[in-house]
Structures are given as C-alpha cells and as structure tokens.
Design a protein around this ligand. Structure first.
Ligand code: 13P
Length: 275
C-alpha cells in the first residue's frame, strides 16, 4: 500500500506544564516560524499544520496571542488536552468540548495514555469524548498505544486495532456526523516511549502505522486514506527527520520537546523537509 503524502501535522502537548509566563514561548515560536517561512519562500516550503495544546488555564490568553500571530502571518492552532463527553452538567473540574471551542480551541486530544492510566479511561469513554468533540465542531485527536508489557507479549497490533476500533466514533450519516480527515486525527503513542527517551525502531513504527492505515481504509473508505496518523513518544530534534520519513507517519505529537520553542521549531523544520 503506497503511502499518500498528507500535510504534516506537528502538535505540541504541554501537559500540566506552564503558567502565564510560559506564554512568552509562543512569541519565540511565532518569530521562529516567520524566519522559517521567509527562508523557505524561494524553495516552495512544505506547508505544515502546527498546534499547541496548553493547560486549560492558558487557553484563553493563548487564543489572543495566536490571533495576533495569525494577523502577522503565522498560523498556529490551539487545542485542548481532554474534554468531557457531555456538553454541560454537574461535573466538577471537567471541561466540555463547547467550552474548549468557546476558549478558542480547534481540536482536543482525546484518550491520551496519561488520561487512560490516571483516570482509567476506557475506549468507550474515549469514543464518547471524541463524539462530543465532533458535535462541538472540534477535531478529535484520538490517542492510542500499547504498553511495554503488551509489546513484549507481541500483542501490539491486536491492542492497537482494538483501541482504534473502539475509540473512534461510528459514522452517523443520519445525523450528518461523519468521520473525516478534517475532524479526526489518530496519534500512535507507545506508552513506554512517552517521556522515556526510548522510541520503537523504524520498522516497528512503520508496521503499526500501516496497520492503522489499513484499518482506517477498511472502515472509512477513501476518507481513511486521508486521516492523518501521528507518531508520539520521545520525538526530539535529533530523531524527528527519521521518524517523519516513515511511511504513514503524517506528523508528530510532541511532549517534552514542545516546551522549548527552539526544539519545537527544529521538529517543525524537519517536517518541512520531508517528501
Ligand atoms: P514526550 O514527547 O515527552 O515523550 O511525550 C509524548 C506525549 O505524550 C505527547 O502527547
């Protein structure tokens, strides 16, 4: 199966890091992107979609900042890190998809392994959250990935297949609610590669991404060819080019390295070089 060239998507997940001071990072990022764009202008730069998912407390201020960056020509999207499955209600401490959207988010991470581990989120809950994101007009970035134990037991592909099947919402043509490449992104993040400095081999990543691609095509037809599949887990400037060149790797979900504008910019620069 030949891999279709899709626009790379680089997402920074800040997790529970940063207070207002961290917003300065965005100015450095916007300035760095302007430089990359100017440099690349002659060479027809590869367009890259860029998103930051900050802690919820920073969403609103960041939305204002990103609007200013956008007016200056730098497009950086904003995303949440999680949303509740309901649009509103008595759920102390939770944030709904319409609230994320109201704060300026275009997307939300859903089912990140840290949520699955810390809050025992099941595939079913993840699916309901993704459907809520879609209903609010947000893109759902649905995260899946095996543990080290599952990898060692050679269960990676079945585990990934089941997570994908059960976490991605069903097409609902009657409600005009379809899964599309615009509203859905899959992020493959092996749990054991997150924050550890470890990454699977290129062949291991290629096998999982091809497996996900096949499953998406089987379920969503031609649209399944266009849904982007990101890799996440210890992505950094030194391995980004190599990881992004793997077939069916259409971008990266970056944790630690997104907390430093310089590092994140290098990963974006690597994505521009692919293809
Ligand atoms: P690291 O890049 O810090 O390994 O985190 C990956 C991740 O969990 C992004 O969502």
């Amino acid at each position: 199966m030949k891999a279709k060239q899709l626009r790379p998507f680089i997402i920074g997940n800040w997790k529970m890091h940063g207070t207002q001071r961290a917003l300065r990072r965005l100015d450095t990022l916007a300035a760095g992107l302007a430089k990359q764009n100017n440099k690349a202008n002659n060479a027809k730069p590869r367009k890259v979609d860029i998103m930051i998912c900050p802690p919820a407390t920073l969403l609103l201020s960041m939305a204002g900042q990103l609007k200013a960056a956008q007016d200056a020509g730098q497009q950086i999207m904003l995303g949440g890190q999680d949303c509740h499955a309901e649009a509103s209600g008595a759920h102390t401490g939770d944030i709904s998809a319409p609230q994320l959207r109201d704060a300026g988010a275009k997307a939300s991470l859903i089912g990140h392994s840290e949520r699955r581990t810390d809050y025992n989120e099941t595939n079913k809950q993840v699916q309901a959250k993704a459907a809520a994101a879609h209903a609010a007009g947000l893109m759902a970035i649905i995260c899946i990935g095996e543990t080290l134990k599952e990898r060692r037991a050679k269960a990676t592909l079945p585990v990934i297949g089941k997570q994908l099947r059960e976490s991605v919402p069903q097409d609902k043509p009657k409600d005009n609610r379809l899964i599309t490449a615009k509203n859905t992104v899959i992020a493959y993040e092996p749990v054991w590669a997150i924050g550890t400095g470890l990454t699977p081999t290129g062949e291991q990543i290629a096998a999982v991404h091809a497996h996900i691609r096949k499953a998406l095509i089987r379920r969503f037809g031609a649209e399944g060819e266009r849904i982007r599949i990101l890799y996440g887990g210890s992505v950094k400037p030194s391995n980004a080019a190599q990881l992004l060149a793997i077939p069916h790797v259409n971008g990266a979900l970056v944790g630690g390295a997104s907390l430093q504008a310089g590092e994140f910019l290098k990963i974006i620069a690597a994505a521009r070089e692919i293809g």
